[in-house]
Design a protein around this ligand. Structure first.
Ligand SMILES: [Zn+2]
Length: 569
């Protein structure tokens, strides 16, 4: 990181070992946890191969592979290259005069002969910078670390710069919180709450934490966000201004809990093909509804069980998630397993047709996890739960990888053959989750209107405000009045009933219209003005919330407390 102003990392790889005459070096095309082909090799600007003082021939044989021609008995091969790094996200790499951050998959070539060898990593940061990573540090001068193999190197992002480091012990294990970009921000609430989430997660598995040190790399960035999981660390990015708002703060905690829970679910408890990885091709799995959906479910459950967020707020989150799912036409078209398999071309590549074309296995996966959890509790009289399923998987497979059938089998083992039927309905099929699953814990899901005097007739238009402050139709939902009328994603919405439509006024202006009475919508499409007539449907309840069933039996109240770790609100 000697020239941070150029946003380029200078990389030097020294290879000691067998060097075939034609040695292939590759850069991954994707990074684990983020299921999109990203073609990281496009950021390599030049490369040189040498042995001692002798330059060796090197040329590309495909988009991500370099072939080096090595003389016989080459014992030391050196590759030197530069990587442009100016992509501000948790899954990519970034360098400027304030900080450097990288994921190994973006920057480190690997030899196709051997990715199991241990790798020593020396990071040379800019003057005065500190370096943080989950990799163990070697007892020698400089920032030298050891990775047991290439997978571990890639799984251990590195942060360099001026950061704040908080250390805490939880479950007798050292944890580090590395905060970059939070100058003059009060972090005391986070520093207080994160250890409690760690302890609540550990208590699900009822076994020692499977690591000796864990690092949260946390980056504050206005109007940005995201997280990426690793075995012994997590990269987390959020807007520091969110810390001041209780609702947004709970979402930040949810992000921490989500990425942390992944240290089990996906990084260790995983299908066999998700580690070690094929870094050159898409890796397909039908199980992201478990790997991501259950993780999202447990993130929110952990917030309640650890006491850092009130259970009422967690229930509000789930109720809103059920409402949002109800608006997505694709829920009756695409199953969770299909959504998982197709993530490379659908969820990770959203467009105007996405709600008609795919469901999110995070979103629906979390709600199905909730429904399975409550169904297990009902089927077993409260003796077992989804926690039990996780423990069975952890005890049976640990860190070894499991077959695709393992999750279904564990569910049936714990809950009986009835679980197979639920899987067919909610996971392999596209049936909605019925409300009676909530009876188990004494809850009712109410569907209401926020404002009875401002009910918004249903058009099926999802609009957004463009950077130029115009109103753009983002989605036209399948089967909706807007689709019948012929509107399309990308249309610039100019007027409603011949009056200009400001973005902030859409709901109010539509609520002044009646369902079943035609309205006109004027748009620009490809620079041409068009007016469409559509007839809205009846308004849909826009506020869903869980309430305690006043008739709930004592048993249901007990179930709730076992579930959330806190009495029913
Ligand atoms: Zn995740």
């Amino acid at each position: 990181m000697q020239k941070p102003n150029t946003h380029r990392f200078q990389i030097r790889i020294e290879w000691r070992g067998d060097t075939p005459k034609h040695m292939m070096w590759r850069l991954p095309v994707w990074t684990p946890g983020s299921y999109l082909i990203r073609e990281f090799s496009r950021h390599i600007e030049w490369i040189q191969a040498s042995s001692g003082t002798e330059l060796l021939p090197i040329h590309k044989i495909d988009k991500a592979t370099f072939e080096v021609q090595c003389p016989e008995n080459t014992s030391l091969l050196t590759l030197t290259y530069e990587v442009f790094a100016y992509d501000l996200s948790v899954r990519t790499s970034y360098l400027d005069t304030s900080r450097g951050y990288f994921n190994g998959a973006n920057v480190f070539l690997y030899p196709d002969t051997d990715i199991a060898a241990a790798i020593e990593l020396e990071v040379i940061p800019d003057t005065g910078w500190d370096v943080a990573t989950a990799l163990p540090r070697l007892d020698k001068p400089g920032y030298c670390f050891i990775a047991s193999d290439y997978d571990t190197l890639v799984d251990s992002p590195v942060e360099a710069g001026h950061f704040q480091r908080y250390i805490f012990e939880a479950c007798d294990v050292r944890h580090e919180l590395i905060f970059t970009g939070f100058e003059d921000v009060d972090l005391s609430a986070l520093v207080h709450d994160i250890p409690r989430i760690v302890e609540a997660a550990q208590s699900i598995f009822q076994s020692p934490l499977p690591y000796t040190r864990y690092v949260f790399l946390v980056h504050g960035q206005v109007q940005s966000g995201g997280g990426l999981e690793h075995r012994n660390s997590a990269s987390i990015m959020f807007d520091p201004f969110m810390l001041h708002d209780p609702e947004k703060y709970s979402r930040i905690l949810g992000l921490f809990a989500h990425e942390y829970f992944h240290l089990w679910n996906v990084k260790r408890l995983r299908p066999t093909y998700l580690g070690p990885f094929d870094y050159q091709h898409e890796v397909y799995t039908p199980l992201l509804w478990v790997l991501e959906g259950w993780t999202d479910y447990y993130a929110w459950i952990l917030l309640a069980r650890s006491g850092v967020v009130e259970s009422g707020r967690v229930l509000d989150y789930f109720a809103e998630a059920f409402r949002q799912l109800d608006l997505i036409p694709a829920r009756h078209q695409q199953s969770l397993t299909q959504a998982s398999f197709d993530t490379w071309i659908k969820l990770y590549r959203p467009d105007g047709n996405t709600p008609n074309n795919t469901i999110s296995y995070y979103h629906k996966g979390a709600l199905v996890a909730l429904a399975l959890d409550l169904s297990l509790r009902r089927a077993t009289g409260g003796r077992e739960s989804l926690d039990s399923v996780l423990r069975v998987l952890w005890t049976s497979y640990g860190d070894q990888g499991y077959p695709d059938t393992a999750v279904d089998s564990a569910l049936v083992q714990i809950g009986g053959p009835f679980m197979r039927q639920l899987l067919d309905q909610w996971v392999y099929g596209t049936e909605d989750i019925p409300d009676d699953v909530f009876d188990t814990v004494g809850l009712k899901l109410l569907r209401e209107f926020k404002n009875l005097s401002q009910k918004v007739p249903y058009t099926g238009i999802v609009a957004e405000q463009s950077a130029a402050h115009s109103v753009v139709i983002k989605h036209v939902l399948k089967g909706s009045p807007a689709e019948s009328a012929g509107l399309a994603p990308g249309d610039e919405w100019i007027a409603l009933n011949n009056y200009r439509i400001p973005f902030d006024a859409i709901e109010a202006r539509l609520s002044a219209c009646s369902a079943d009475e035609p309205i006109t919508i004027t748009i620009f499409r490809h620079h041409e003005l068009h007016t469409f007539t559509l007839t809205p449907d009846s308004p849909l309840p826009d506020r869903w919330r869980f309430v305690t069933d006043p008739l709930a039996a004592e048993e249901a109240r007990t179930r709730f407390t076992e579930w959330m770790g806190t009495p029913i609100p």
